[in-house]
Design a protein around this ligand. Sequence first.
Ligand code: CUA
Length: 179
Amino acid sequence: MAIFPPEQRIWWKQPLHKQELVWIGVCIIWALTMFFTMIVWHSIGEQNLSNEAYQISPDKFEQRTMEMVEKYQVREEGDTGVPVVHPPAETDIYMLARTYEWWPVLELEKDKSYRLHLSSMDLQHGFSLQPTNINVQVHPGYELVMTVTPNESGEFGVICNEFCGIGHHTMVGRIHVVE
Ligand code: CUA
């Protein structure tokens, strides 16, 4: 019974059974295989993004986002009048997450590059860009930065795919890509 000390107090000094040794070997080889697969998959899997993460306070991130909106807003959109921002290419662009919206709407130019910064004002949200295979977690206190070069024009939806509360299913955003 496990509640009593083992009869052999110095159990780790007993010889290994051959089968145990084989299993330990299998486990080690499998663990290493999975570890290196993670690294290799980054290059060949077309799935894991090359992103950077930095610490930033929600206030500071909001301030930078507001500055971009003030400078480059071109119109408003929808019932709630979300600003649509058309920032110049090769600049830093910001999209913030908060319960329950992605803000603002971005208008980008096709085949131009931008440094996209994402962060959250309150709790964990998910940035899922539809209909592409891009999906990242967004946390308060950290910004995720990635270089994006849209290669297709059209309208892309941003869907929050980390459960964040009662309005989670309404938390959507938009990115326009124009020619
Ligand atoms: Cu934000 Cu779910």
